[in-house]
Design a protein around this ligand. Structure first.
Ligand SMILES: *Cc1c(COP(=O)(O)O)cnc(C)c1O
Length: 476
């Protein structure tokens, strides 16, 4: 037996590289990352195509040399598709990936602290809770607030909706009479979350919007009153603090008054826009957010982190705890009244997400984050102003945050939708700038979304030069 164990040990020890090998492969990985970052400004932002599905001999018994794997990574993963690290990414909601966050992930992965439970890692849990408290203060919440760092906005919205469901004691039999109020511009993950939370059969009232795609508060008020008269149960308003399509912010302060007066839960989806609370301009656009019962902010959007970082913050921490508390005998040593993420979310074991947020905020300080967000707001305004001066371009409302909608009006009577579809396709394939499109009230529109921390004036100017040039080529 001992002999058999020793034999296995000799092989299983290969999982721990000796120090010299460890250093060597780490250097190889760092060299790859350096080459990537050094080449980034010249790299295309979009490369059509798909990976070679073979991916070599996929997984096998024998070890493979790291250089070969890095070459495969470069070819199959880091080339085809959209390059979210690029400052030329101006489509959808752009990504980012501040380098400091990668170092945070590296450290978190090496020591592998268990951040789900206070008992297991009081330091990791404290650090995350301090970040949550910092976000809560940014929102304007008081001391009873709490929250959780999640994998992203979709899960954060789900968490908030489950907290709202439990706080209002919505049982299965209530669901067909329960009403949710939102606009057609709400992010699709909210509807998805309602379904996952077992609330698919509740009544979703789609409230009309004003010209700038913001919820019409009088219509909201009337819908709630009518539903109550009809014997239904108004439950929750979902407001957007920065819609994905147009960056519009619903009138949070007025909505909050209606929600409070009517006893409804107010949830604010600030996955995209929430980070703008860091700068003064954003604070004023988002005022009233502090009156919400729950708020979602995605650090992998406006705090420029790599993907995998969302946050749900609730005004009253107990609501999140009541919705996610648990008991398990095998956890009896870890029973705690400390704010463990495991008691505030659907997750037990989870990555230590705090380090990737904490390290960049500390290493850079807040100043460059604030400046970058202010810069994004101005770049969006600048783009709209400059585009409006070009002949044959139609622009949408003045951006409240950093999204602009626009389209080309072909002068020769060509089909507008078809033309813009070809325009977006041609610009994407060109690879210098990535833009995307959407449909607003049935109309095909192009979008500019500025959120990558690497996006600067040069990228906007590049797009402003490209748009008329490509449109001109397509028109002839
Ligand atoms: C991106 C986004 C979401 C979804 O967040 P993920 O992090 O992609 O899951 C939700 N709401 C809004 C407004 C968003 O922009």
């Amino acid at each position: 037996m001992r002999e058999a164990i020793a034999k296995l040990e000799a092989v299983s020890r290969q999982l721990e590289p000796p120090p010299d090998i460890r250093r060597e492969i780490t250097e190889q990985v760092v060299r790859y990352a350096d080459r990537f970052l050094d080449a980034l400004p010249e790299m295309p932002v979009y490369v059509p195509g798909q990976p070679d599905t073979a991916f070599g001999d996929f997984i096998g018994d024998a070890p493979v040399d790291l250089e070969l794997l890095l070459a495969e990574l470069a070819r199959e993963v880091d080339t085809p598709g959209i390059n979210p690290a690029s400052g030329a990414h101006l489509g959808y909601i752009p990504g980012g990936g501040v380098y400091y966050a990668a170092l945070g992930d590296y450290l978190a992965d090496v020591s592998n602290r268990y951040s789900g439970i206070y008992f297991a890692s009081p330091g990791a849990v404290q650090l995350e809770q301090r970040l949550v408290q910092w976000l809560a203060r940014l929102i304007g919440y008081g001391t009873g607030a709490g929250g959780d760092l999640t994998s992203g906005g979709s899960i954060a919205n789900l968490s908030a909706i489950v907290a709202a469901r439990e706080a209002h004691g919505i049982a299965a039999r209530d669901i067909p009479d329960t009403c949710v109020y939102l606009t057609s511009q709400v992010h699709h993950c909210v509807t998805k979350a309602l379904g996952i939370a077992g609330l698919k059969e509740c009544i979703q009232r789609v409230i009309p919007m004003d010209q700038s795609f913001r919820m019409d508060v009088a219509a909201l008020q009337k819908a709630i009153t009518d539903d109550r008269k009809a014997g239904l149960k108004p439950w929750m308003v979902v407001a957007s603090a920065g819609t994905t399509d147009t960056g519009s912010v619903d009138p949070l302060d007025l909505i909050a008054s209606v929600a409070a007066e009517q006893g409804l839960w107010l949830h604010v989806d600030g996955a995209y826009g929430g980070a703008f609370l860091l700068c003064d301009a954003g604070q004023s656009v988002l005022s009233g957010i502090e009156k919400a019962d729950s708020v979602v902010i995605d650090p992998h959007k406006g705090f420029f982190l790599p993907y995998g970082s969302g946050a749900v913050i609730v005004k009253n921490r107990d609501t999140l705890a009541a919705a996610h508390g648990y008991h398990a005998d095998y956890m009896q040593d870890a029973v705690e009244d400390d704010p463990s993420p495991a008691s505030l979310s659907a997750e037990l074991t989870r990555p230590f997400r705090g380090l990737r947020l904490w390290l960049p905020l500390k290493l850079a300080g807040l100043k460059p984050f604030r400046a970058a967000l202010d810069e994004k707001l101005l770049l969006a305004q600048y783009f709209r102003e400059q585009l409006a001066k070009l002949p044959d371009f139609e622009v949408g409302p003045v951006p409240e945050l950093s999204v602009v909608i626009y389209r080309y009006k072909p002068p020769n009577g060509a089909d507008t939708e078809d033309f813009n579809r070809r325009l977006v396709d041609a610009i994407q394939r060109d690879g210098q700038i990535f833009i995307s499109s959407t449909r607003i009230e049935g109309r095909y529109m192009l979008r500019l979304a500025v959120l990558n921390f690497r996006t600067h004036l040069e990228h906007i100017d590049r797009l402003l030069a490209l748009l008329p040039k490509v449109a001109g080529q397509l028109a002839t």
